[in-house]
Each structure stands twice: as C-alpha cells, then as structure tokens.
Design a protein around this ligand. Structure first.
Ligand code: UDP
Ligand code: MG
Length: 314
C-alpha cells in the first residue's frame, strides 16, 4: 500500500529494561497492520540497568530495529535530538518507552499525515495518576508561559507526536544545549493537527522526572522562550524608584514645612530589606540568562554517541 514510505519510531530510553519487551510486542502488530516500511530507533540515554542489552536482544531477532547508545545520560531532550539526527524515516513518531503514549494512536496519526498534516500531536484529555499539586502547578506554569511568550506553547501536549521529514530537518537545525523541545515544536510552525487521548499510567518502573527536574525544565522553558522576567525586573525597579522618589519628596517637605524629624527605624529596615530582596532577585534573573549565554557560547556538542547500529535494509 504505502510500502515506499518509511516511518521511524523514535524511543528515548532511560532505565527501561522492563518496558522494552512490552513496548515491542504492542508496537509490532500495529505497525505491521499500518503497512509502512518502518524502523524502530531506540536511544539508550546512558541507562544504568540492562536497557542496552535488552535493545540488542530485540535487534537480534528483528532487523528493523536500530539504536543509538549515548556516551552517558544526557536527558530526554537531548536524546530526542540524537534521534532526529539519525532517523531515516519520511516521518518520525516520538513515543515514550513506558507505554504511557498509547501506540494504538499511531495509525490515526499516520492517516492525518497522509492527508498532508506535518505535525500531528496528541493532546492529553486526562493526565493519568498524578498528584493534585503537580496538576495545579503545571496549569499555572503554562498560563504564565503562554502570557509571556510570542510563540504559542501548548498545554497538556507532550512529546508524543508524528513529525514530517520537513519538521525533523527544521528541528535538527536547533542545536541549543539547554533544550525545551516542547517549545521548539511550536516554534517551527508547519501544518499542525491535534488529536486527543487519555494518558495511561506507566506499565512498569517509575518516572525519572522528579519535582526538581521538572522545575529545572520549567526554568529552561521560560529562559529559552522569553525574556519577560528581565522586562519585569526593569518595570519593578522603575516602580520602586518612583515610589522612593515620591516618598523622599514627601519627607523633605514635611521636614521643611512642619519641622518634623524623620522617624521610624523599623520602617527603614523593612524598606532596605525589601529593596535588597528585589535586587537579589533581579540579579538572579539576569544570572539565569547569563548562565545560558555562557553555556551556549561554549558551543559543545549537544550529545555524544558511543555506538550507532543502523537498520538493516530488508
Ligand atoms: N528518558 C530519557 N532520558 C532521561 C529520562 C527519561 O530518555 O534522562 C525517557 C524515558 O525512558 C521515557 C521518557 O523519556 O521513555 C519519559 O520518561 P518518564 O516516563 O520517566 O517521564 P514521565 O512520563 O513521568 O514524564
Ligand atoms: Mg512516563
């Protein structure tokens, strides 16, 4: 049917030895039904368990499997870029190894791709088992990001999507070290199509994103897509200076007209501490951006590959 087109399934893996056989067993029947030529590209992101040998075992019995073994753990964002660089398909579908992104959606994505959509992304209708606080915080975070960035960053949309070769070529050009891929998908543009799904829970193992790593990813999202915090500290500085100036005039006049001596040691301390706090905060914000400039100017490779085993043509 569409035998001439190749689909790459890109799967970043970090300590996923248990999920891989399950994932393979679910994916293969679906992909064989879809009747495309396909490649399963695993990226072993410096796993500390037997993920690599699990991948190699799968490759032994199925030549449509290829893999990249990174030299250490680089994080999912960078692992995905490695995948974009090595993917051979006419389109790429990014999937989590833990089956939280249901492979059963892939045929629907492929249908939209055939219709001419270049970026078919899956939006979560529900978020599976997650804490109340995590849900609330994520909601607040996205509305903040939305208000301050010029590109639209979609809420409840993860990395689970189908990307046309055009999008992959575009993403390959974005070689930032501190990556916020979710924002990049929106930034590149192209013809997008949304489909809805219910995100399940991890089949085995546990999530490798804890609160701190999500917080860091969140900061990366803000600093790589908006300079609004810098603007904010400028505005804040302006308002406070204006207030201080008015206050100064007020006390000066009071002194000149009524001869009242200035009083209030505690008020003074409060003002000093408040200003000190604001100054540190602004410095911190500037520091975040300078840190990023520092990291980007070093111009290091985004990831390093230990071995790459390509698909054997069949
Ligand atoms: N992952 C990765 N490198 C990392 C952390 C995670 O490649 O440093 C992969 C992981 O194997 C999985 C996907 O990214 O396929 C999503 O990770 P996880 O399920 O831990 O995150 P969550 O679903 O909780 O967001
Ligand atoms: Mg997961």
């Amino acid at each position: 049917m569409h035998m001439n087109k190749t689909v790459t399934l890109l799967i970043p893996c970090y300590n996923e030895e248990e999920s891989l056989p399950l994932l393979y067993d679910t994916l293969v029947p679906i992909m064989d039904d879809a009747r495309y030529d396909w490649e399963l590209l695993f990226i072993n992101d410096g796993s500390t368990d037997h993920t690599l040998s699990a991948i190699q075992a799968l490759r032994e019995k199925d030549p449509r499997i290829s893999y990249i073994d990174l030299s250490r753990n680089f994080g999912k964002e960078r692992a995905m870029l490695a995948g974009f660089d090595y993917a051979q398909g006419d389109c790429v579908v990014i999937l989590d190894a833990d089956l939280q992104d249901p492979p059963s959606l892939v045929p629907e994505m492929l249908r939209y791709w055939e219709e001419g959509y270049e970026d078919v992304y899956a939006k979560r209708r529900s978020r599976g088992k997650e804490g109340w606080l995590r849900k609330k915080l994520s909601l607040a975070y996205y509305s903040l990001l939305q208000k301050t960035t010029r590109v639209e960053i979609l809420q409840n949309v993860g990395d689970f999507r189908l990307l046309d070769r055009k999008c992959i070529e575009a993403l390959k050009q974005i070689r930032e070290n501190e990556r916020y891929t979710k924002g990049m998908f929106c930034w590149i543009g192209f013809k997008k199509k949304e489909i809805l799904f219910d995100r399940g829970d991890r089949v085995v193992g546990k999530s490798s994103f804890n609160f701190a790593s999500l917080f860091n990813l969140g900061i990366d999202g803000i600093t790589s897509f908006t300079t609004a915090p810098l603007r904010m500290s400028t505005i804040l500085g302006f308002i406070i200076s204006l207030g201080a100036f008015l206050m100064m005039m007020f006390f000066l006049l009071k002194r000149l007209i009524f001869g009242d001596p200035v009083q209030g040691f505690s008020a003074l301390i409060v003002v000093i501490l408040f200003l000190g706090g604001i100054q540190l905060l602004s410095l911190g914000i500037i520091g975040e951006y300078i840190g990023r400039i520092f990291n980007e100017t070093k111009n290091r490779p985004v990831y390093l590959v230990n071995t790459y085993q390509g698909r054997e043509k069949n």
